[in-house]
Design a protein around this ligand. Structure first.
Ligand code: GDP
Ligand code: GDP
Length: 449
């Protein structure tokens, strides 16, 4: 569902790694190539798997007295910990012995190169030598793209991620996000957060870059999608406990899947043991009453309807009365949906809201329409103050832009995702689940490396 976004994130990490590794090569700052490179998504894997990999790749001679637990928590806290240096030093200590022996030689080379760089009156011989070695390094870097992404590199001198390293790459990410229908403010926020997080980070080996970008992106996205708000199921439980119906009004333009979604939710809560009733409050559009009746019949719930052209608020009111009288727990109100810019429509929505006093007003948007869905949500929210969002057709949305943006833009949570045309194709949305979709390793992500 979110493959396109996933790829954008992992590519950003790869580019940053390439950039820093190449620069290090030009600086003669590459110490060695050992072990395998972690794939971007390997950091999202389960702790146990990671631990195994860590043992294989990073800590071949880890101290035995160090308990498994310690190791685990150390690995995990690494990214969160601002004070990364300790950890890196530790890892260094645990590296194989030959490395340590090489150290003085490298150290010498390093300082020689450094002073050379600074000294403007260096002799020609040295300039030539430097040119040669830099050229060699560069050709190596250029001709061995695979190397940059395939192996792990250690830096002789710890590198610090600077703004100049991330700027272009994050700008590219921002553009790609915008192309992927991520809202402008969301793309900007993600990129700014990532930049703030990464700049100043000290890195000892190329895998550190992958790890830091992984967590920087994940944290930035987590902040975007974690919008506090109501849970329809919890509200329903609370209302039901008090013997009152939960009244939910659905708004949104035609064709987004609003009536199908009402059918799905009726089915969903019917299966949970509640008795829903549907209000056919789109009295305007030809065929609307028949359409929602069709779904009510299929699912097996009562529908309250009046004649076409009648007052939609009155229909909603009747449905609420019916639910109260019959002890039904849930009222689902369908409404008309033309353009979000239609003031008559918005007035009508306000009237239905005033009369039926819904506990929840839910905007239904079509995920495939990307930014349009986000803009519609913004308009409806401004006009009638919605409480949450349902995004339909998430199953057919390859970009994921609306899913990422819509909640942040209107500061209201996504409550459900429609994931198909059947009545069972709906799922309660949860930010952790979405984060997992974006940052956990699956076959697709593995293939990519
Ligand atoms: P309305 O005009 O907003 O009431 O839209 P409908 O409920 O009639 O839905 C329009 C079309 O979208 C129908 O063909 C539905 O089957 C389809 N649809 C609704 N929700 C989903 C979904 O989550 N996934 C997919 N793939 N199709 C959906
Ligand atoms: P337009 O000229 O087709 O855009 O229609 P208007 O927006 O001028 O509305 C014409 C009439 O239909 C007005 O009396 C509106 O109150 C009513 N109307 C417009 N939109 C809706 C709607 O979505 N539902 C209902 N029930 N009435 C509507």
């Amino acid at each position: 569902m979110f493959d396109s976004l996933k790829k954008k994130f992992s590519r950003t990490s790869e580019k940053l790694e390439e950039e820093l590794v190449e620069e290090a090569k030009n600086e003669d700052n590459i110490e060695e190539e050992t072990g395998g490179r972690f794939s971007f998504f390997s950091f999202g894997r389960k702790k146990e798997e990671k631990e195994e990999e860590e043992e294989e790749n990073l800590l071949p001679e880890a101290e035995e007295e160090e308990s498994e637990k310690e190791k685990k928590s150390r690995f995990w806290s690494r990214s969160k910990d601002d004070d990364d240096e300790d950890v890196e030093e530790e890892a260094e200590e645990e590296a194989p012995e030959e490395e340590v022996e090489e150290e003085p030689e490298k150290e010498e080379k390093k300082s020689r190169f450094w002073s050379r760089n600074k000294d403007k009156e260096e002799d020609k011989e040295e300039v030539e030598e430097e040119k040669k070695s830099r050229f060699w390094n560069r050709t190596k870097a250029e001709s061995a793209d695979g190397e940059a992404t395939g192996g792990m590199f250690s830096f002789v001198r710890e590198k610090t991620i600077q703004e100049k390293h991330v700027e272009d790459i994050l700008f590219e990410l921002e553009m790609e996000l915008l192309q992927g229908d991520v809202a402008m403010e969301v793309a900007t926020e993600v990129v700014e957060n990532v930049k703030e997080n990464l700049v100043g980070k000290k890195i000892k080996r190329s895998n550190d870059i992958t790890e830091y970008t992984f967590y920087a992106l994940k944290d930035a996205v987590a902040e975007i999608i974690d919008i506090p708000g109501p849970s329809m199921t919890e509200m329903l439980e609370e209302k039901a406990a008090k013997g009152e119906p939960l009244v939910v009004m659905f708004v949104g333009i035609n064709g987004t899947g609003k009536t199908t979604t009402i059918g799905k939710l009726a089915n969903y809560y019917l299966k949970k043991g509640y008795t829903p009733v549907i209000a056919a409050s789109d009295t305007f559009r030809a065929g609307a009453i028949e359409q929602v009746t069709y779904h009510a019949d299929n699912v097996g719930v009562k529908i309250i309807k009046h004649k076409k052209g009648s007052d939609p608020a009155a229909v909603a009111f009747d449905a609420v009365e019916h639910a109260r009288a019959q002890g039904k727990e849930l009222v689902l109100i369908d409404t008309a949906g033309r353009m979000q810019t239609n003031t008559n429509l918005m007035d009508e929505m306000k009237k239905i809201k005033r009369v039926s006093k819904p506990d929840l007003v839910i905007f239904v948007g079509d995920a495939i329409t990307g930014n349009d869905a986000t803009e519609q949500a913004r308009k409806f929210n401004e006009a009638i103050d919605i409480d949450g969002v349902i995004l339909t057709k998430a199953d057919a949305d390859s970009k994921g832009g609306a899913s990422l943006s819509i909640g942040y833009v209107i500061k209201k949570p996504i409550l459900f995702l429609g994931v198909g045309q059947g009545y069972d194709d709906i799922m309660e949305y949860d930010a952790d689940w979405m984060l997992d979709q974006l940052f956990s390793q699956d076959e697709e992500a593995v293939d990519e490396t």
